[in-house]
Design a protein around this ligand. Structure first.
Ligand code: ACO
Length: 332
């Protein structure tokens, strides 16, 4: 039997408070013009005092389960991608598990920074394909504002808070749709996932604290130019890897749902691949970079507004600290 993972629901949550570039420029030496021209960002949402990553994650997961029409009691795994857990331990996923009312299975966090959602997609897909799980809730949730140095204008203007989630379910696929040559590409489900990392580039993007090193939480530090250069190269390569693995070309893609770091990275990657910008789902102007949450936030928006339709080929890709990067190709 050929088990596949299908995405059967999605949901997202953004904190109420919106902070515009103009509001930032009243406290920092920056301007709306500088931020928009360098990144495409106009505003970001920031979590309220006392609003935690688990609160954001729970709301996104509840909405995804409601969208899928699946009760939490049927979920057998929660995978939560985050760089900003509530506490060093226990895993924030276990809090979400409890608050969802999930009574079976396991819950754990994973850490691949901005690539966390595609790493989680690979993990969930493999647990489902091996028959170990039937229903997985995969969440990307961040309160990145808590690890920003609000006096460092080179980083703090780039990020925001939010959460997104998908529900994945084991399916045997549609034998009709999957019949014939390269038929495995036609039925709904995850076609393939691809992950990479290169620890030699740790110092390009990191947090200068942690429980074992400084016993403090620390702040984001980044060499923006170098990250930008690696992003365009690595993201174009991972898209090609995913398409090659499935015998496809860029023309086959209906939608790219990328990690939303910077509009110029999205444009640069599209140019390198010869892809029209109209095929990219873009939310960075309103959400800024929400790290592991950015892909499921964008996905939820494009599914609910009808852009992504049944049968579409959707490619998700991301790069983040580590550096880590990855992609997932999904037939909707
Ligand atoms: N407002 C005004 N001026 C600023 C700001 C700001 N917020 N930040 C930096 N500057 C200044 C710098 O101090 C510098 O001034 P100087 O020339 O007097 O020294 C000048 O602007 C140019 O700085 P650069 O860093 O060279 O600017 P650049 O054009 O490279 O843009 C940016 C910076 C936007 C960070 C860019 O490098 C970038 O997008 N990098 C990718 C980083 C990214 O997206 N990281 C997210 C995490 S990784 C990921 O998710 C893929």
């Amino acid at each position: 039997m050929n088990i596949r993972s299908e995405i059967v629901g999605c949901g997202s949550y953004l904190p109420e408070r919106i902070v515009t570039n103009d509001e930032l420029s009243s406290k920092l030496e920056t301007t709306d013009e500088w931020i928009q021209s360098r990144t495409g960002i106009r505003q970001r949402h920031l979590a309220a005092d006392g609003e935690l990553t688990s609160d954001l994650a729970l709301k996104a997961a509840e909405r995804a389960l409601e969208h899928a029409g699946i009760p939490a009691t049927e979920v057998d795994m929660v995978v939560l991608a985050t760089t900003t857990p509530d506490n060093t331990f226990p895993a924030t996923a276990t809090k979400v598990q409890h608050r969802l009312g999930m009574i079976n299975g396991a819950a754990f966090d994973i850490q691949a920074v901005c690539s966390g959602f595609v790493y989680g997609l690979a993990i969930a897909d493999n647990f489902i394909k091996t028959g170990q799980c039937k229903t997985v809730v995969l969440i990307g949730a961040e309160t990145f504002s808590r690890i920003l140095d609000w006096e460092d204008r080179t980083t703090c203007v780039l990020f925001g808070d939010g959460a997104g989630a998908v529900v994945l379910r084991a399916s045997e696929g549609d034998p009709e749709a999957n019949a014939g040559e390269a038929g495995h590409n036609r039925g709904p489900g995850i076609l393939s996932t691809h992950l990479h990392s290169d620890g030699a580039t740790n110092d390009l993007l990191y947090v200068d604290g942690g429980p074992s090193s400084t016993q403090t939480v620390g702040h984001v530090r980044m060499n923006g130019r170098e990250v930008f250069r690696h992003a365009v190269t690595n993201l174009a390569a991972i898209v090609e890897e995913a398409l090659d693995a499935n015998g496809m070309s860029p023309d086959d893609i209906d939608w790219i749902v990328p990690h939303q770091a910077n509009k110029r990275i999205l444009d640069g990657t599209a140019r390198k691949l010869g892809l029209p910008v109209e095929k990219i789902v873009i939310t960075v102007e309103r959400h800024a970079n929400t790290s592991a949450a950015s892909i499921p936030l964008a996905l939820d928006e494009a599914v609910r507004d009808g852009r992504i339709k049944k049968g579409d080929l959707v490619l998700m890709e991301a790069m983040g600290g580590g550096l880590t990067w990855g992609a997932g190709l999904v037939r909707w």
